[in-house]
Design a protein around this ligand. Structure first.
Ligand SMILES: [Zn+2]
Length: 115
């Protein structure tokens, strides 16, 4: 039912209301939910999922960049350390960006009751 996720189930002494998490439907105090009415557990699960996806993006990009450097650039032994640093920096940046982007996608696309 539309709007069921934000239903107010009762007052709790004036310090907050009991609300349903819009993602897992667990009843929480109003001050335990964020602005999208997600509980702390759902936020933690979404961040962990986004982190896994971000790391996979970083690994894929670093592997592709490493292969391109190895097969196309054919680095000399003197510059190998610099190329390795570039690959590691690309991995870290892509992992961070992928994590943040995927977390944003999860937040925007979530459906009430979905995980
Ligand atoms: Zn939740």
């Amino acid at each position: 039912m539309v709007g069921e996720g934000v239903g107010v189930s009762g007052a709790t002494g004036g310090s907050g209301l009991d609300l349903h998490c819009s993602r897992c439907r667990r009843v929480c105090r109003g001050n335990e939910l964020d602005r999208l009415l997600w509980c702390e557990g759902c936020i933690a699960r979404a961040k962990a999922r986004a982190k896994r996806v971000g790391w996979m993006c970083g690994v894929v990009l670093a592997a592709g960049l490493g292969a391109w450097i190895h097969f196309v650039q054919k680095p000399s032994a003197a510059l190998l350390g610099g190329w390795i640093g570039i690959v590691l920096a690309a991995f870290w940046l892509c992992a961070r960006a992928g994590t943040e982007l995927w977390y944003g996608v999860l937040r925007i696309r979530h459906r009430p009751g979905g995980q």
